[in-house]
Design a protein around this ligand. Structure first.
Ligand code: GLY
Length: 569
């Protein structure tokens, strides 16, 4: 029998870190847990979007697991305790650096089903049907997360059964939800009712409130099948049958063959030098690696520190390099297995110098004039986790359902949400996706193709040793947030807490606006307006997680914008 839920959240932001021993000894239960924003440790640390997931990973580290073990356990726990983005019905990317100096990039991005067609989201008059690319069964790509977890397992030490058990227990016995989760679930009640024929556990008459217990028995059963049968417990047999039955009920097109044929791709990581550092990040089909490199290289020789953090001069320069990079993203970037992308040229010194020459000092550029060089916003419910294990292994993983709670379809009997990742394709050239991002031929739909992503799990190495582990959710804002976080740490010398929590800004070429968070300084806004920028205040940008390693000191910081929590020992 489950213990009676007693909610005792302590939401607080530490100005100083708690000593590690406190964390090692603190009892966390699914019914009483704490959000911790910062820890300083020496053995290992985990930071993720939910306290129970971070704690799960930290316990695995304490029990002798390495960073990969902890990442797998954290990712699985997120699929239970953070259903808006944690998932087994979506996909993602992992970038890791092993103590033996090997860099790894795993692509477990969703794929277009075999029956997908280029114009599947256009009506007979050629009008885009974003309602179908964003909602319900037809919006789902073939999920990659479970295949990704088993690819990660190759580098782990502990048996999968041990790593999945905490997630099974959380699903089976339930956990109390936070205020943010209650709000998000309440905002999605109508969609859950509309897109499901069998009422999922996320629907609650009278609404959810912080401290309610969420029990997911069907999900627990699916996780047990995966524990006992491996990836086949998802891609074949009972779970596959439940997915295809769900597709038939909702006129989706994912088939048993699509599931059986899904495969992870181990890619060559995108690695580039920035001053004395080596940056290791995700290549295509994430746009992150290419455009992060473009942006970093265009500011590398600039005296950003002298311009000042959040000064109009530094924001102007960073906004213009964001504009240039996102113009290229829209035209050139897509799945390289299907479309030839000139990555070498786009990241070459000569090309980036030409592009940078288009920036006018002290004057806003114009996205009408700036096109891609000659030669997407999405729902932002993605999630990121970082792990560092003290032996020198580091893992940075971003996974997504795309929109909050994905396509809002729960596979009946299997208890997990499916993604709405098909909207990350360009459904028609020039038609914005849910994040306002536009694309073209390079990112057109084709059977089996992977949709362009912005997810940018990133590591920074100094002479072969990991010094930073960074990443964030946030749709198209992901790469600009990683860019700003790196610049804040490597150039402006901000503390990790400030780099994570200070207000962020974002420009993505189209629309031609600088998005700023509410706390973005008023005087800088005014100066930018005088330069000709349109400034648009929006809600929070991303939820950045950072681990910083200095010698044997590990500092982990979770973003203050959510329930994000750092744990370690
Ligand atoms: N669905 C968000 C991304 O992949 O960028």
């Amino acid at each position: 029998m489950s213990p009676k839920p007693v909610l005792s959240f302590l939401f607080y932001l530490f100005s100083g870190a708690l000593p590690c021993s406190v964390h090692a000894q603190t009892v966390n239960s699914p019914y009483s847990y704490q959000v911790r924003k910062r820890v300083e440790c020496t053995h290992g640390a985990v930071v993720s979007a939910h306290p129970l997931a971070s704690r799960t990973g930290a316990v695995i580290l304490q029990q002798g697991g390495n960073a990969l073990d902890a990442a797998i356990a954290t990712q699985l726990a997120l699929a239970v305790v953070y259903p808006g983005a944690g998932n087994i019905g979506g996909g993602g990317f992992m970038v890791a650096h092993l103590a033996n100096q090997k860099n790894i990039a795993l692509d477990f991005r969703e794929k277009a089903p075999a029956a997908a067609t280029r114009d599947m989201y256009l009506d007979s008059a050629g009008n885009p049907r974003t309602d179908l690319s964003q909602n319900g069964h037809l919006a789902a790509g073939v999920p990659g997360t479970i295949a990704g977890l088993f690819a990660e397992l190759k580098y782990a030490k502990l048996p999968f059964a041990k790593l999945v058990q905490p997630a099974i227990d959380l699903a089976e016995n339930g956990f109390v939800i936070t205020e943010a989760e209650a709000r998000n679930l309440n905002n999605t009640q109508d969609a859950f009712k509309k897109y499901n024929t069998v009422t999922p556990v996320f629907v609650k008459e009278g609404g959810w409130k912080a401290g309610d217990t969420l029990v997911q028995k069907d999900l627990a059963r699916t996780l047990r099948l995966i524990r006992d049968k491996g990836a086949k417990g998802f891609y074949e047999g009972e779970t596959a049958r439940l997915i295809t039955a769900e597709m038939e009920r909702g006129k989706g097109i994912i088939t048993a063959a699509d599931l059986k044929n899904y495969e992870v791709k181990e890619r060559e990581p995108s690695v580039f030098a920035y001053k004395n550092f080596q940056i290791v990040t995700m290549p295509l089909p994430s746009s992150g690696g290419v455009i992060l490199q473009q942006m970093m290289k265009m500011v590398e020789d600039e005296p950003l520190k002298a311009y000042g953090f959040e000064s109009a001069k530094s924001v102007h320069l960073m906004t213009e390099v964001e504009r240039l990079a996102y113009a290229d993203r829209a035209k050139y970037l897509g799945d390289r297995d299907y479309y030839s992308v000139p990555v070498k040229t786009l990241t070459s010194k000569a090309y980036l110098q030409q592009r940078k020459a288009l920036i006018e000092p002290d004057k806003a550029g114009s996205s009408k004039d700036i096109q891609a060089g000659t030669i997407s916003p999405a729902s932002e419910e993605t999630t990121h986790l970082d792990v560092y294990d003290g032996e020198g292994n580091a893992v940075s993983i971003t996974t997504t359902l795309n929109g909050g709670y994905g396509n809002r379809v729960v596979v009946a009997g299997a208890g997990f949400l499916l993604n709405n990742e098909m909207d990350d394709f360009s459904i028609k050239p020039g038609v914005p996706n849910m994040y306002g991002a536009v694309g073209a031929e390079a990112n057109a739909i084709a059977p089996g193709k992977r949709m362009l992503s912005s997810m940018t799990p990133t590591l920074v190495l100094d002479r072969g040793k990991v010094v930073l582990v960074v990443g964030t959710p946030g749709g198209t804002t992901i790469t600009t947030s990683v860019f700003q976080t790196l610049v804040d740490l490597l150039e402006f010398g901000l503390s990790v807490e400030d780099a994570v929590n200070k207000p962020k800004f974002h420009h993505q070429w189209l629309p031609d606006e600088v998005y700023v968070e509410p706390a973005f300084p008023a005087d800088t806004r005014e100066e930018l307006k005088k330069m000709g920028y349109t400034i648009t205040q929006r809600g929070s940008i991303g939820r950045t997680e950072v681990i910083k390693v200095s010698g044997n000191q590990i500092e982990a910081v979770g973003d203050g914008r959510g329930d994000d929590t750092a744990e370690g020992y």
